[in-house]
Design a protein around this ligand. Sequence first.
Ligand SMILES: Nc1ncnc2c1ncn2[C@@H]1O[C@H](COP(=O)(O)OP(=O)(O)OP(=O)(O)O)[C@@H](O)[C@H]1O
Ligand SMILES: [Mg+2]
Length: 273
Amino acid sequence: MSEVLNAPVVADVPLAPFRPGPAGTHITIRSLTKYFAGWPLYENFDLDIPKGKIVSVFGPNGCGKSTLINMIAGLVPIDSGEILFDGKSLQDTKIGYVFQNYREAMFPWMRTIDNIAYPLKLEGQSKAEVDRRMAELVASFDVKFDLNRYPYELSGGQQQTASIMRALAPKPEVLFLDEPFSALDFEMTLFIREKLQEVFMQTGTTMLLVSHDLEEAVYLADQVLLLTKRPTRVAEILPYDDARPRTVETLSEASFVATKKKSLEIFQREVRR
Ligand SMILES: Nc1ncnc2c1ncn2[C@@H]1O[C@H](COP(=O)(O)OP(=O)(O)OP(=O)(O)O)[C@@H](O)[C@H]1O
Ligand SMILES: [Mg+2]
């Protein structure tokens, strides 16, 4: 047999060309692989995340919802694969992140207003630019509390509102939210959920939201991304396109109820698998 035929096959296999997502895709994830302690969490995972939409991530406990958004946001390293934002790398993309634990998310020694302005100052914006952006944010969030207070002087809901304002201050291309409401009481959850929807309608920022509350996940979503148990795959992606703003009435509309039911069925199927 000739030398050529005996050559390792792998050397002759061309690298798969990068496969772009369909029109309207913002984030493309290709062949994403992530192991923890020798066990696969994601293996050759592909996903397209649309631009200017809210995608709610829902799935069984420990299936890797947080890890997924943290890998996309660059907070957790990936083993291999590729994640591109409009064809660009994370380094060339402006992102914002809202943490579940708002109490630890802000600098306690800075007034709330300075916390929110912090990323703008970090970008080197002038005082006039910062002031202009802060005025815009205050108007769009319709802030009723005193931003000159320190974060610990505010209620949980007010602190989380401030965290979302800070994340949006530099006008990120993508906003990540990992269970942003789960440390809030019911009243505050409703309040911030509405604020988030309002801001989304004003800005059209691509948002990736992890929620463990199925009703909330569907209510805010343009797409519900349902994940399987680990090794994690996409179980299904359900579109949900009721008009915004969605309101209390939305909750009893047939399309909402049907999407929620379908999501629950897929979730239960995956949990039992
Ligand atoms: N740093 C780590 N080291 C080892 N294992 C980890 C690490 N981070 C996460 N894991 C494991 O990876 C899996 C996914 O974790 P992750 O927190 O992403 O899940 P999740 O879907 O967000 O869970 P939850 O529903 O509890 O929020 C879990 O089994 C978890 O134990
Ligand atoms: Mg999580």
